[in-house]
Write a protein that binds this ligand. Structure first.
Ligand SMILES: NC(=O)c1ccc[n+]([C@@H]2O[C@H](COP(=O)([O-])OP(=O)(O)OC[C@H]3O[C@@H](n4cnc5c(N)ncnc54)[C@H](OP(=O)(O)O)[C@@H]3O)[C@@H](O)[C@H]2O)c1
Length: 182
């Protein structure tokens, strides 16, 4: 995968903790420059300092992906230079419980972070990747999609995984077909 070569740039959402942090560390070890996105600027700066030890550039972009204006800043970075070769759509939250036990505001917040943000970010990233004819998106999702009792997670994660997988598969088939005929 060319997007994982040394000198390429990856943008990782939810890089301040957990799986996103581990992604950022693994990518930096492979020699990729990284753009670190999450709300906690202090944790991102500490991670950036750690990753500089691998001889890569680590850029901090603190943003709350549930806030349209802050989400827009991340979209702008995805369209800017240096070009982003890999987007890791990882940031996510879980409001667990039966549907009516989860306050509607929490369900809406979850949809913003787990479904709307990754959709907008992938759209912003893929526009440039298609023009450059290289790049990739890793979509971190959850098996909770297949667990009906976790109703509110199912709504947001299903948006992310099932719908995404189908539309990406169609898009990839279409671009491969046009590449081989064009
Ligand atoms: N861990 C699991 O067992 C598991 C299982 C299935 C799926 N997943 C999925 O994997 C992903 C990562 O999970 P994790 O366990 O690593 O989660 P985590 O440790 O809770 O980390 C979540 C990350 O998302 C960021 N984040 C949360 N809300 C945000 C917002 N509004 N704007 C920007 N960033 C935000 C957090 O950073 P800040 O707080 O600094 O913003 C943090 O960096 C999630 O999408 C989750 O649904 C995890």
């Amino acid at each position: 995968m060319a997007q994982l070569e040394r000198g390429r740039t990856a943008l990782v959402t939810g890089a301040s903790a957990g799986i996103g942090r581990a992604f950022a560390q693994a990518l930096a070890r492979r020699g990729l420059d990284v753009v670190l996105v999450a709300r906690d600027k202090g944790r991102l700066e500490a991670l950036a300092a750690e990753l500089a030890g691998h001889g890569v550039r680590a850029e901090v972009l603190a943003a709350d992906l549930a806030q349209p204006a802050e989400l827009q800043r991340v979209e702008e970075r995805l369209r800017a230079e240096p070009a982003i070769d890999l987007l890791v759509n990882n940031a996510g939250i879980a409001a667990t419980g039966a549907f009516l036990d989860v306050p509607v505001a929490a369900a809406e917040l979850q949809l913003r972070v787990n479904a709307i943000a990754p959709t907008r970010l992938a759209h912003a990233a893929l526009t440039g990747m298609r023009a450059r004819r290289r790049g990739g998106v890793i979509q971190v999702s959850s098996l909770a999609t297949f667990t009906p009792s976790l109703a509110s997670i199912v709504a947001s994660e299903a948006q992310r995984s099932r719908m995404w997988w189908r539309s990406f598969t169609r898009w990839r088939k279409k671009t491969r077909a046009s590449a081989s005929h064009g």
